[in-house]
Design a binder for this molecule. Sequence first.
Ligand SMILES: [Zn+2]
Length: 358
Amino acid sequence: MESSSESSGQPEAFAHVSAQDGAVRVLQQALDRDRVAHAYLFEGPSGVGKQRVAVALACALLCRAARSGVHCSCSICQRIRAENHPDVRILRPRDEGDRNLQVELIRSELLPFTKFAPFEGEAACVIFPEADVSFPVHHAEAANALLKTLEEPRPKVTFLLLSERPDRLLPTIRSRCQRVRFRPLPRQTLELILSEHGTPEAGRAPAIALSQGSADRALALAADGLGERLVQTVMRVDQAVASARPGDLLDLAKELADSDQLDLLLSTLSLFYRDVAQLGLGQTDVSLSFPEQRQLLETRAAQVSAVEAAERVAAIAATQEAIERNANAEIALDSLLFGFATGNLAPLRLVVPKPRRG
Ligand SMILES: [Zn+2]
């Protein structure tokens, strides 16, 4: 297929990128054919390699060796990776307020750059990590300034917009970019990343299950055993629900409501009951979120029907939504846990307001 690929199959400029074959193939082909687009939109979850690929592409645009070789360590590539090459700018969201980039910054930094770059090399590149945060639709001024630069392409300047939520960008910005999709990382890749970072084996499965395919999230969850603590709390919730003592349920609802990890806890609980539902359906070869708790999950699957477990998953999602819309967390959790214990999830409807738009 593409001429620069050796037998490994992984395009060489991106040889260090895992599990994003589709995205890197598109980009390597563009490099090989000298048809790199003026602007790309890399879309996909955070922590799956978008920025790594963007930096590799910048290296390949500025350095011949990086284009066809392995991880290049020439001074150009080193400076690009260290973010101090004059022809590669990385513009992140601000650390304050809405985090959007302000139009003054676009005018004072971006526009001159796109007008005069490259300063040193053959090409220039601007990378916008979290582009949807920097240029949200509702801060139109900066977004329009960006749009204007995208509408007037300059030879040798490539724009790379990275976004977890491309729908939050102006449609006119999206339509100016060639879209490249990045996938959530598969379990195997996350396993490898966590083991490379020295995460103990016991903490890996819950961290991976909760990471939604994002290496950043998996690492954050694995750090300080957060993933393990979440799992332990979920086991306690399940115990309390199974024994159905009202006092325990009330105490737990209060404890959960006070937790600053409530949303993560509920997501963990949801994964737990998803496992129960899968086992309840007699699916034995499923990949469980909590493989280490298999015995407990099987016991639970014998007690709670697959339908009921699936209803619990739905009820948890409804509770998360209600709390996000400012429902009283403790009341919502009382209702959820008593609903689990009694098998009657109907009262939940009382605390979940109808979705409203606008
Ligand atoms: Zn190089």
